[in-house]
Design a protein around this ligand. Structure first.
Ligand code: PML
Ligand code: MG
Length: 259
């Protein structure tokens, strides 16, 4: 049990970095990250995030914004960690086929919706820094955030040290899966979200995932090494209050608990 984290106010720290100036003036997105930290952890983490933006495989950021806000303990919700599944595939095609099958079997997505999700990710060409919200029945885009996308924020593990040991013990290594697990758990805890498709925009990271129910399902290979393509799509039940969903994803602080 992480007492400091469960009893004190926490701090949301967010980083976004771009090359060629700020995102809103046409800069190319390099990296983003979100954490919920104790006051004592802030300074060191801010340093690590700056280092990440300056030595990223996508390029060297010349714009870095770090935003820190205090989060009162009583406003933080606890949500469960998703269960991890993994499928090793021999080729990108096999990876894509697996995704169509899983999303159809688990959350009944029509093929055309998954096709539109891929198109959304491919057309964005690695430029979208948040996620697109798609209607799970028609595949139409529901948010109007363009290349910015909906940015899921204010989240972290309730017991980060325990989680690190647990993930290492299960051979899940590195920051990509740690961050993605927190984000995917928050996304599936949102009212109206049925699932997610995610492909990393990092050129050296080819593992992606889909999520549904209470499951985070990794697929070992979804793109070529070196490809800048990537992004996230959330599948949303028709008639969901999109405004409320966006507020939950961007603003509601959550800590993800493991049992
Ligand atoms: C990202 O780079 O933002 C997405 C990371 C996906 C992680 C997939 C995994 O390794 O489980
Ligand atoms: Mg990335």
């Amino acid at each position: 049990m992480d007492l400091l984290r469960s009893q004190n106010d926490l701090y949301s720290i967010r980083m976004r970095a771009a090359e060629g100036g700020p995102h809103e003036r046409g800069g190319r997105h390099i990296s983003g990250a979100e954490r919920l930290l104790t006051k004592e952890e802030l300074a060191l983490e801010a340093q690590a995030l700056v280092r990440r933006a300056l030595s990223h495989p996508k390029g060297t950021a010349d714009f870095i914004r770090i935003t820190i806000d205090k989060i009162p303990q009583e406003s933080i919700q606890r949500i469960p960690l998703l269960a991890i599944k993994a499928t090793d595939v021999a080729s990108i095609e096999e990876g894509h086929t697996k995704i169509y099958k899983l999303l159809h079997k688990e959350i009944h997505l029509p093929r055309k919706v998954v096709k539109k999700a891929w198109e959304t990710i491919l057309t964005a060409g690695g430029k979208m820094r948040g996620a697109a919200l798609l209607d799970a029945f028609t595949g139409d885009r529901l948010d109007n955030t363009g290349d910015r996308g909906v940015r899921v924020s204010r989240m972290g593990f309730a017991n980060p040290k325990d989680m690190e040991f647990w993930l290492e013990a299960h051979h899940y290594k590195g920051e990509h899966i740690r961050e993605a697990l927190v984000l995917a758990s928050k996304v599936l805890s949102a009212k109206g979200v049925l699932g997610e498709l995610c492909l990393s925009d990092d050129p050296d990271y080819i593992t992606g995932y889909v999520s549904y129910g209470q499951t985070y399902h990794r697929i070992s290979r979804l793109k070529e090494f070196g490809s800048p393509v990537g992004g996230r799509v959330f599948f949303v039940e028709p008639e969901t209050d999109v405004g409320a969903l966006k507020v939950y994803l961007e603003e509601q602080p959550v800590l993800v608990t493991n049992g």
